[in-house]
Write a protein that binds this ligand. Structure first.
Ligand SMILES: NC(=O)c1ccc[n+]([C@@H]2O[C@H](COP(=O)([O-])OP(=O)(O)OC[C@H]3O[C@@H](n4cnc5c(N)ncnc54)[C@H](OP(=O)(O)O)[C@@H]3O)[C@@H](O)[C@H]2O)c1
Length: 252
C-alpha cells in the first residue's frame, strides 16, 4: 500500500524529525509549515537527497481555508492521504491566569485545538470507509502538560493539550469501525526550537531535569520514533490511546 503522510508543523522540531525518519520508512510526505519556508525546503531537500519523496506546503492552521487547501494540494501531488501527524503547535504566551490575554488565548486554541480538529475532519473525510476511503492512522502531538496542568505559567497551553487528548479519545471511538486509528503522543520536555531558548538557562535546565525521573530532557528523534510506531501497523490494535514519552513523567 502506498503511504502518504501529511505532517503539520513539519519544518522544525518533532515534526521535521518525524518527516526525516518517515521518509526512510517509505512514506511520501507533505510537510506543512507556517513561516519557516527555508527550513521546510531543507527538510524536503534532505529527504530527496536520500531518494525519498516530499513536498512543502505553506498554511496557517488557524485558518480553515488553509487547512482545506493543504489536504487538497497534498492529494493532488502525492495521492490519497493515508497518514496524518498533527505536530504544529504553539505555547502561546506563558503567564498566570491573571495575566491572560483574550487574543493570545484565541490564537492558542485556534491552532492547537480547532486547527488540529479541522485537520482530523479533512483526514476523516478521505480515510473513512464510510466515505469510500481505505482507512488510515492519525497521531496527534499532545503534551505531558495535559496530565497535570503544565508547569507553572503554562495552564492555558496545558488546557489546549487536554482538549487534544479528549478529542483524540472521542474521535477515535467515532471512526474505529471505519478503518481509522487515532492516538495521541504526549512528550515531556524535549529540546526543540520551542524550548531551546529557555533550556539555554543552565539553572532552569537543571531544575527541569531534576523533575524528570530519567534526569534529562528528550530529543526530537526519540519522540519521532514513538510517533511513527503509533502511526504504523505495528500498533494495529491501539486507538484512542495516550502514549507518554517523557522520561518517566514529572516528579512533582
Ligand atoms: N518541545 C517540547 O518540549 C514539547 C513538549 C510537549 C509537547 N510538544 C508539542 O510538540 C509539537 C511540536 O513542537 P516542537 O517542540 O517540535 O516545537 P517547534 O519546533 O516550535 O514546532 C512547532 C511547529 O508548529 C508550527 N506552527 C505553530 N503554529 C502554527 C500554525 N498556526 N500553523 C501552522 N504551523 C504552526 C511552528 O511554525 P511557526 O513557528 O512558523 O508557526 C513550528 O514549526 C507541538 O504541538 C508542541 O506543543 C513539545
Amino acid at each position: 500500500m502506498n503511504k502518504t503522510l501529511l505532517i503539520t508543523g513539519g519544518a522544525s522540531g518533532i515534526g521535521a524529525e518525524t518527516a526525516r525518519q518517515a521518509a526512510t520508512l517509505g512514506y511520501r510526505i507533505a510537510i506543512n509549515y507556517r513561516t519557516r519556508d527555508t527550513q521546510a525546503k531543507k527538510v524536503v531537500a534532505d529527504i530527496e537527497a536520500r531518494g525519498g519523496k516530499a513536498i512543502a506546503l505553506p498554511g496557517d492552521l488557524a485558518r480553515e481555508a488553509d487547512i482545506v487547501r493543504l489536504f487538497a494540494e497534498t492529494e493532488t501531488a502525492l495521492g490519497p492521504i493515508t497518514h496524518l501527524v498533527n505536530s504544529a503547535g504553539t505555547n502561546g504566551r506563558r503567564g498566570r491566569v491573571d495575566e491572560y490575554d483574550a487574543e493570545v488565548l484565541a490564537n492558542l486554541f485556534a491552532t492547537n485545538v480547532a486547527g488540529l480538529m479541522l485537520c482530523c475532519r479533512e483526514a476523516a473525510k478521505r480515510m473513512s470507509t464510510r466515505h469510500g476511503g481505505k482507512g488510515g492512522s492519525i497521531v496527534n502531538v499532545s503534551s505531558m502538560a495535559a496530565t497535570l496542568g503544565g508547569r507553572l505559567g503554562s495552564s492555558a497551553y496545558a488546557a489546549s493539550k487536554g482538549a487534544v487528548d479528549a478529542f483524540t479519545k472521542g474521535f477515535a471511538r467515532e471512526v474505529a469501525a471505519e478503518g481509522i486509528r487515532v492516538n495521541s503522543l504526549r512528550p515531556g520536555m524535549v529540546l526543540t526550537e520551542m524550548t531551546e531558548g529557555r533550556l539555554k538557562d543552565q539553572a532552569f535546565r537543571a531544575s527541569i531535569e531534576a523533575s524528570i525521573p530519567m534526569g534529562r530532557v528528550g530529543t526530537s528523534a526519540e519522540i519521532a520514533r514513538a510517533v511513527l510506531w503509533l502511526l504504523s501497523d505495528e500498533s494495529s490494535f491501539i486507538t484512542g490511546a495516550m502514549l507518554d514519552a517523557s522520561g518517566g513523567g514529572y516528579i512533582i
